[in-house]
Each structure stands twice: as structure tokens, then as C-alpha cells.
Design a protein around this ligand. Sequence first.
Ligand code: HEC
Ligand code: HEC
Length: 216
Amino acid sequence: MKRLALIMLLLAPAGVNAESTQQEGRIIGDADNGKTLATSKTCVACHGTDGVSMIPANPSLAGQHENYLAKQLHEFKLGMTSGGTEGRVNAVMGGMSIGLTDQDIADLAAYYAGLTAPYGETVESAVDLGQQLYFAGNIDKGLAACTACHGPRGNGTPSSGFPRISGQPAEYIEAQLTAFRSGERDNDLNGMMRSVALKLSDEEIKALSQYLGGLH
Ligand code: HEC
Ligand code: HEC
């Protein structure tokens, strides 16, 4: 017991230090300034006022996790500055993010994360297959259930980097799953989403994208 207490004592300060440096290193976003930027940088034109997209090809940003939003903006920018060899490569968002500073990105992420997430609808014909894949995966194909990472309501988890995927337009989800499958989108840590998407057929991608809208 005594030895254990000593070990704990020796370990404790190191743990505390590591945590506080990380907090100091993180740029704190200012949501009010993010709101101003969303208009002045014309984000609202494509992602809607209040971060709810009215255009099916564009994702909604409202209620998405702050760290996920910031990661995507940094990676769109990297996609541009690396000439498409790193980050998340998208011509439109590359152009939109290239002029953003680290502080702008933190502010925009804080603003959008604080807005109320939208809920969409699930297409009736997609319920059976969508639900089965979402909650059980497919053991024969070694397909992991989406719920394992994105949660039973599709809300993801802020700290682990799993995004909220419910309520997004079907067209956007379908495009992302197809891009992960082809490797065109490869900014997922450890290839987590690519290894999932590789096991999905076109029919399954369609069903999942139509299913997720109303999952909440
Ligand atoms: C001309 C339309 C357009 C404008 C303006 C625009 N976006 Fe986008 N945005 C898109 C599209 C299209 C995508 C999806 C890209 C893809 O398919 O990878 C996207 C994706 C994103 C994503 C990734 C969301 C996710 O769920 O992964 C974020 C974050 C984002 N935009 C933030 C912004 C911000 C902040 C601004 C303003 C600085 C902005 N966008 C301006 C069209 C636009
Ligand atoms: C092992 C964990 C894991 C599993 C299982 C998983 N995902 Fe993901 N998913 C992720 C991570 C991590 C990301 C974010 C990648 C990044 O940082 O850009 C992601 C991103 C996504 C996105 C893009 C979201 C956006 O806004 O652009 C979609 C869509 C998605 N996942 C759908 C699914 C579906 C459908 C399934 C089940 C077939 C699934 N995921 C299973 C970890 C997982």
C-alpha cells in the first residue's frame, strides 16, 4: 500500500502538468466573433443562417462538435496549401478556409457548435437496412456498427473526434461515404472511416444516407 501511494504521488504531478499545458496550448474560440465571421466570410450563403443548410450537397454545421469543426477547417486549408497531398481536399472549402487564421477557425467552430442542431427525416424504405447496418453492422463482412463510434442517436462524442452524423442531408452523407470508400477523403485518424466505408456496397451507402437524417 505504501509503495502504491508513493507511485501515485510521483505520477500525479506529471499528469496534471500534461493536462494544463494542453489547455494552455488550445486556442479558445469566441462564439460572438465567430458569428460575425460567418456572415463576413459568406459561410451563411452555403451553410444557411444559423448553420442549417438548405442545400442538400452542403452539410449543416449547427450543433456539430467544436473540435471536429476546427479539425475540418484546418484540414481543408492544409488540402489547399499542400496542393492536395494532405488534409481534406475540396476546391470550394479549400478556397474558403485558406484565408482563415487559427483564431478565426476557433471562433467559427465555437459559434457553430453552440447553435441548435437540425433534425431531418428518414426515408421509409431505408429504415430496415439502415437500422440493421447502423446498430449491428454486418458480422459476415466484418463491418463495424456505426453506433459503436457515432452513438445510438448519431450524436458522436465531442472528445473522441467522432462527429455528429444525424440530421445531415442524405446527399452530403452519401458523398462522404463514397469519398471515404474511394480514399478521396482520407483525413480520418487511423483510417477509421475508410475501413468501414470500404465494406459498404452502393445500396448500403444509399440506405444509410437516407436513414441518418431522421435518427435522433
Ligand atoms: C460556396 C459554398 C460554400 C461556402 C461559401 C462555404 N462552404 Fe463550407 N462546405 C461547402 C461544401 C460543398 C462542403 C462539403 C465539402 C466536401 O464534400 O468535402 C462544406 C464543408 C464544410 C465543413 C465540413 C463539415 C463536416 O461535417 O465535415 C465545414 C466545417 C465548413 N464547410 C465550414 C465553412 C465555413 C466556416 C465557411 C465560411 C468561412 C464555409 N464553410 C463556407 C460549401 C461552402
Ligand atoms: C471506428 C469508429 C467509427 C465507426 C465504426 C464509424 N465511423 Fe464514421 N467517422 C469516424 C470518424 C473518426 C470520423 C471523422 C473523421 C474526420 O476526422 O474527418 C467519421 C466521419 C463520418 C462521416 C462524415 C461526417 C461529416 O460531417 O463529414 C460520416 C457520414 C460517417 N462517419 C458515417 C458512418 C457510418 C454510416 C458508419 C457505419 C456504417 C460509421 N460512420 C462508422 C469514426 C467511425
